[in-house]
Design a protein around this ligand. Structure first.
Ligand code: BYC
Length: 330
């Protein structure tokens, strides 16, 4: 049922005058920055869009553990290993908050997982790129978590209460994630020539995929207009991408690394950088499943889902046993 819903959003935005009284009252609440809660009336499209976006976000947190988990056994020191373990565990927690927030909209976690595994729901394109070296773990923390924070800080003010509250907790932890990544990059960039080369190579490979995390350009973003009217999204994809570039370029300069963009230049008039767009054909190919790690990521999720079947069955059987015992005792 939800697979159908996920595909059907992204229509034109109605004005207040075109709305029925119930919908108008809803929109006025949103406009006044009053949070919408699970039991409040909401348009069906609002609910579908939230399930799509929060579900995709939850899947991203869980799939996002894979490229980093890949390095836990190979972290260069005990301290780095402990930090990386804590970070990967945080991502699992973020996934749980977000699945719970989505469940308040009437979809179960099992349904969302099945939609992920069947390809009906997405996760962030960034996790279809492999982490080949230890410097990639630095680049992921610095750039990927940096992009995630840029996107997620405004989402703390998103109109749906459970999503907004989940984002407040998540953002507290994301800042630590970004700093640990930058700290790895500092060590590498100020280290030996070989380490510096690794850091530069990681920046080269992760720069454009990080810019893609904000979604297609505003002109090609099907959902932005309606999502922004509902304050599910607070900023447009291009706005956030620009803010990210403006924030990150000085950080790269401080590291003594070069952003892999020959066109990058400070534009005094607009008070921001001019920069090259990512290769959007590559982005859409990755979304269609043709990225370097799509297959592995989905296989890993499928294996985890199948391997966990006995736990889910056991918990359901236990709950049923308790329920029947309770009924018998009454
Ligand atoms: N990857 O109309 P648009 C993280 C899809 S990771 C894949 O602009 P929307 C983290 C989009 O779904 C970050 N798909 O869409 C975890 C739509 O397709 P459908 C996760 C993408 O939703 C661990 C189509 O393209 N964060 O936090 O208005 C370690 C058209 O796009 C992507 C979130 O999910 C993409 N990059 O805007 C470290 C934040 N971009 O669904 C970090 C919450 C677009 O119609 N999500 N698509 O088939 C959002 O803010 C928005 O959903 C997006 C996209 C800005 C991502």
């Amino acid at each position: 049922m939800y697979a159908q819903m996920v595909k059907s959003t992204g229509t034109g935005v109605k004005s207040l005058d075109e709305m029925e009284p119930e919908e108008r009252a809803f929109q006025e609440k949103v406009d006044a920055d009053i949070r919408i809660e699970a039991r409040d009336w909401m348009p069906e499209g609002y609910r579908k869009t939230l399930i799509r976006q929060i579900g995709q976000h939850a899947h991203s947190e869980i799939v996002g553990q894979l490229p980093e988990g890949n390095w836990i056994t190979r972290a260069p020191t005990l301290e780095r290993k402990m930090i990386l373990l804590a970070k990967v565990q945080d991502e699992a927690g973020h996934g749980l908050y977000l699945y719970s927030a989505a469940e308040t909209l009437g979809v179960t976690r099992d349904e969302m997982t099945e939609m992920l595994l069947s390809g009906k729901m997405k996760y962030s394109s960034i996790f279809n790129y492999p982490t080949l070296t230890w410097a990639d773990i630095g680049a992921v923390g610095w750039l990927v978590d940096g992009a995630a924070i840029m996107n997620q800080v405004p989402l703390q003010r998103t109109s749906y209460g459970p999503y907004s509250r989940a984002m407040i907790r998540i953002c507290k932890e994301e800042s630590f994630h970004q700093r640990q990544g930058y700290d790895i990059m500092m060590k590498m960039a100020k280290g030996s020539e070989a380490q510096k080369r690794m850091a530069q190579d990681a920046l080269n490979r992760f720069w454009y995929p990080s810019l893609m995390m904000f979604g297609p350009s505003d002109a090609n973003s099907v959902h932005s207009e309606q999502s922004m009217a509902w304050k599910i999204k607070i900023n447009s994809n291009d706005e956030l991408r620009r803010k990210f570039v403006d924030q990150t370029v000085p950080q790269a300069e401080y590291l003594g690394l070069t952003v892999p963009d020959d066109t990058l230049a400070w534009n005094e008039e607009k008070g921001g950088y001019d920069f090259a767009e990512p290769d959007w054909d590559e982005f859409f190919d990755v979304l269609k499943g043709a990225g370097p790690a799509n297959h592995d990521r989905l296989e890993a999720r499928k294996t985890a889902w199948d391997d966990g079947a006995w736990v889910r069955d056991g918990l359901t059987a236990h709950a049923e046993k308790k329920r029947t015992a309770k009924v018998a005792a009454e």
